[in-house]
Design a binder for this molecule. Structure first.
Ligand code: PLP
Length: 481
């Protein structure tokens, strides 16, 4: 006889409702106080953070725990030891978003838990996936032949782009002589992806950039010519539409012309910058993006979604199919006459979440203009911050904002580069120690610089003002101390 289980895994309607409400009981107050949380919750008491982290290394539980206590512990004790990425003061790295509509969409998608990778299994939901991909193609100006596929982020989008390009050019043939060109400002995810799919580091060329950190077209042309002369096969060029260092946007039209002449696949890494195409200024800065063969966008950056949503757009949908197509007898068979798209035919994933709902719901609820206005505001804020920082005595604006990211550095006459690096690291530490904004650093050439990236939907003029005031005060402190 099969024993009946005392506690079923099925939640009753009340239990489900209660569990969601318990989660909300934690989340709503957390959100209400988020603007005043320390920006780096790991800095205040590193020992406490270490103890907290160690306390979570627990054995697989044999029995259950009270849900209210669990959720309270997570949100109240564990989460405070983190970077407050959802704060309006978060301007480090590339800010992610965290639109609440997307969280609700995830609840809906996960509760429905339909299978979206095979069209036949959920035609309407599969169409939503395809439609959202189409919307992203429209945003950058890709033609009807293009296809957009949601990934978990920009890194996997870039990896899929490189696989698609490689298969389009070489099929099953070997690619030992193929060469990939990127600028010296490229995101490391791109070079990492190239190596992951079997390119040797010797097959990658790092093209120098100009004084605005844009890929030098003359150097690119020279490198391609030198490789051809040496019998190698120039194959792919990666342009950046918003580098992670300074937000630089390559001359996309110039790179596209060269790519066409040289028959290179043009991939544009627009993970950070791409959604600024929604604005007139961004569109102008990224003119030529529509001529790419593939583009990566990160909705978890420029569309303010929670982490876990990237996108790969490919001009020729058939190239995606050649790279990722495949069928097996155990999958549902397509109906005769259908024109649906099986996502598993155009992406490396098979089973996956109903990802598109996270974009579809906020976009349907607000319309794209609300996002456009937010992004326009970020461009204004970065412009304003740049002007205000330039006016701070000693601050050198190393990189003007081409989009919503800028880089600066404190300079003092007569100091060595090493001393200036130490000075700027101290400046960054002191800015962040105020816990009202979080900035981050990077190196340009050998120089350490501080970057400010404004991209959260919660960041408005007030907090940017505060950031500039803090920089001004800390610069003064450093001068007197
Ligand atoms: C964020 C970013 C990536 C990596 O994307 P993930 O979503 O973090 O995987 C790649 N390129 C650029 C320019 C980025 O800003």
């Amino acid at each position: 006889m099969i024993p009946t289980l005392p506690d079923s895994l099925e939640l009753s309607p009340e239990q489900f409702r209660n569990l969601v409400e318990m989660a909300l009981d934690q989340l709503v107050p957390h959100l209400a106080g988020v603007a005043d949380l320390p920006l780096d919750g790991t800095a205040a008491d590193p020992d406490a953070t270490t103890i907290m982290a160690a306390s979570l290394r627990q054995a697989l539980p044999a029995s259950g725990t009270d849900p209210r206590a669990l959720l309270a512990d997570l949100v109240g004790r564990v989460v405070p030891h983190s970077f407050t990425t959802i704060s309006p003061g978060f301007m480090a790295y590339v800010p992610g978003g965290g639109l609440l509509h997307a969280a609700v969409a995830d609840l809906v998608a996960d509760t429905l838990n339909r299978y979206v990778t095979v069209w036949r299994a959920a035609p309407g939901l599969a169409e939503i996936e395809r439609t959202v991909g189409r919307w992203l193609c429209d945003i950058i100006g890709f033609p009807a032949s293009a296809l957009g596929v949601l990934t978990t982020g920009g890194s996997l989008g870039g990896l899929s782009a490189l696989i698609t390009a490689r298969r389009a050019r070489f099929g099953d043939a070997e690619f030992r002589h193929a060469v990939i060109y990127t600028s010296d400002q490229v995101h490391h995810a791109v070079t990492k992806a190239a190596v992951q799919i079997g390119f040797a580091p010797l097959q990658l060329r790092s093209i120098p950039t100009d004084d605005a950190y844009r890929m030098r077209l003359d150097a690119l042309a020279a490198a391609v010519a030198a490789d051809r002369a040496a019998g190698r096969v120039p194959f792919l060029v990666v342009a950046s539409a918003g580098t992670v260092h300074t937000g630089a946007v390559d001359d996309l039209r110039g790179v596209a012309d060269l790519a066409r002449r040289e028959q290179l696949w043009l991939h544009v890494d627009a993970a950070y910058g791409g959604f600024f195409c929604l604005t007139a200024r961004g569109r102008e800065a990224m003119a030529g993006i529509e001529a790419a063969d593939s583009v990566v966008l990160d909705p978890h950056k420029g569309l303010f979604l929670p982490y876990g949503t990237g996108a790969l757009l490919v001009r020729d949908a058939a190239a995606l199919q050649r790279a990722f197509g495949g069928w097996a007898s155990y999958l549902p068979r397509p109906d005769a006459g259908w024109d649906g798209l099986d996502l598993c035919d155009v992406s490396p994933e098979l089973s996956r979440d109903f990802r598109a709902l996270r974009l579809w719901l906020p976009l349907k609820l607000h319309g794209i203009d609300a996002f456009r206005a937010q992004l326009d505001e970020k461009l204004d804020l970065a412009r304003w911050a740049a002007d205000a920082l330039r006016a701070v005595p000693g601050i050198d604006l190393v990189a003007e904002p081409q989009l919503s990211l800028l880089a600066f550095r404190l300079v003092r006459p007569g100091r060595t580069e090493a001393e200036l690096d130490a000075l700027n690291r101290a400046l960054l530490d002191r800015i962040n120690a105020r816990q009202r904004v979080l900035l981050s650093g990077t190196t340009l050439g050998e120089r350490f610089v501080i970057r400010m990236c404004i991209l959260s939907f919660r960041t408005h003029r007030e907090r940017v003002d505060e950031a500039v005031t803090i920089v001004r005060e800390v610069v003064r402190e450093l001068a007197s101390g």
